[in-house]
Ligand binder design. Structure first.
Ligand code: XUL
Ligand code: CO
Length: 436
């Protein structure tokens, strides 16, 4: 039985369309800057919010109406859910998806039983991937929900928690490989701390690095060639998350000799919780050669937590796409909608509205960004703003030929600096608006 019997395949109808279940901007084979939209975005649907989100919040239980669910935590129900998920993704036209091990199959009474449950459901996922051609963007292990991880997983004070997490990631790497996943993500759910009075931070950080190295070694051993990604987030659930932002992650990876094996999966709402814009985080990762993938969503100006809303703001997606175009795109990463419908949007059809809107918002953002780049005014402005470095003393500093003595001699002779150019922020913000 179909899970979404009333929905046909979503098609492109163009900007004039008033059909809420049609794309107005996303046309997968439209070429922008030499690449199809499909290849620019590599859109991905997340299993956890879209197929496991119940709408529960701290004040009340779930609200979602999901007729394909039988209300049990059985393997059978999990298999039916896989079929519903692939029907959804096929009708949406999403080429990729992402999951945590525990999203797709129920935990059993022992690790052995849990692994067996996972294998059974993964067999159906593989079948559905083959039937539809939909691919796995990334797998990840849920190392944060089970109470065994209350103190963390690889950073737990309990060595057994580290061992259990290792077993879980080992299995999840095998499954991700089995499904042809092109990335593997670590989001350090409970890898952080609430209070230093009970925490040996250095020891925890050393343990986390050991864990990452073990994962890299095991991937090599089994021939998993997907890209490893770390997903920065500054707080929630712990007060001090170790992977707080792009710069902190890159410093950590470099310090522990992991930078050759990892890139970053940057999430919009995590960037803003860290007090950064998404653009900042992307550019930081980009210029460090660590831009891997994005979790696309948005926060809420009025709320200071990870609201995981679908992106609907062209300004935001135009900024994101400017940076992605600047660094040559994301592949093998993608644009993964780590976003959930609001608790009040309880009907299955709302899942379509949310994703169609997100994809269209990105497509429009791409077109705006490509136009800005084609006109070249922004780039030209930045280039001339730094013009003092292109010749004379600036060029000598950059090339390393001017030392402190030479710079002192230069300044003694010149006397003082002259202001060279205005920042023109307001003019540039107006310029950006011209393309909206
Ligand atoms: C949590 C979050 C996770 C990761 C995967 O805020 O974003 O869902 O994306 O574990
Ligand atoms: Co995420």
């Amino acid at each position: 039985m179909a899970a979404f019997p009333d929905v046909e395949k979503i098609v492109y109808e163009g900007p004039e369309s008033k059909n809420p279940l049609a794309f107005r901007w996303y046309r997968e084979d439209e070429v922008v800057e030499g690449k199809t939209m499909k290849d620019h975005f590599r859109f991905s649907v997340v299993y956890w919010h879209t197929f496991r989100g119940t709408g529960a919040d701290p004040f009340g239980p779930g609200t979602m109406y999901r007729p394909w669910e039988d209300g049990t935590d059985s393997v059978e129900n999990a298999k039916n859910r896989v079929r519903a998920a692939f029907e959804f993704m096929e009708k949406l036209g999403s080429p990729y998806y992402a999951f945590h091990d525990r999203d797709v199959a129920p935990e059993g009474a022992s690790l052995a039983e849990t692994n067996k449950n996972l294998d059974e459901v993964v067999a159906v996922m593989k079948e559905e991937q083959q039937r539809t051609g939909i691919k796995l963007l990334w797998g990840t292990a849920n190392l944060f929900s089970n109470p065994r991880y209350m103190h963390g997983a690889s950073t737990s004070c309990n060595a057994d928690a580290f061992a259990f997490a290792a077993a879980q990631v080992k299995k999840c790497l095998e499954v991700t490989k089995e499904l042809g996943g092109v990335n593997y993500v670590f989001w350090g759910g409970r890898e952080g701390y609430q209070n230093l009075l009970n925490t040996d931070m250095k020891r925890e950080l050393d343990h986390m690095a050991r864990f990452m190295h073990l994962a890299v070694d095991y991937a090599k051993e089994i021939g998993f060639t997907g890209q490893f990604l770390i997903e920065p987030k500054p707080k929630e659930p712990t007060k001090h998350q170790y992977d707080s932002d792009a710069a902190a992650c890159i410093n950590y990876l470099r310090a522990y000799d992991l930078l050759d094996h990892f890139k970053l999966n940057i999430e919009t709402n995590h960037a803003t919780l860290a007090g950064h814009t998404m653009m900042h985080e992307l550019d930081y990762a980009g210029h460090q050669g660590a831009l891997g993938s994005i979790d696309a969503n948005t926060g809420d100006l009025m709320l200071g937590w990870d609201t995981d809303q679908f992106p609907t703001n062209y300004y935001l997606t135009a900024e994101v796409m400017l940076i992605l175009l600047k660094y040559g795109g994301l592949a093998p990463g993608g644009v993964n909608f780590d976003a959930k419908v609001r608790r009040e949007s309880f009907e299955p059809i709302d899942l379509f509205h949310a994703h169609v809107g997100g994809m269209d918002t990105f497509a429009r953002g791409l077109k705006i960004a490509a136009e800005i780049r084609a006109e070249g005014e922004l780039d030209a402005f930045v280039k001339q703003r730094y013009g003092s470095w292109d010749a004379g003393i600036g060029a000598e500093i950059e090339s390393g030929s001017a030392d402190f003595e030479a710079l002192e001699a230069y300044m003694l002779q010149k006397g003082d600096i002259e202001p060279n150019v205005s920042g023109r922020q307001e003019m540039l913000e107006n310029l950006f608006n011209r393309y909206m």
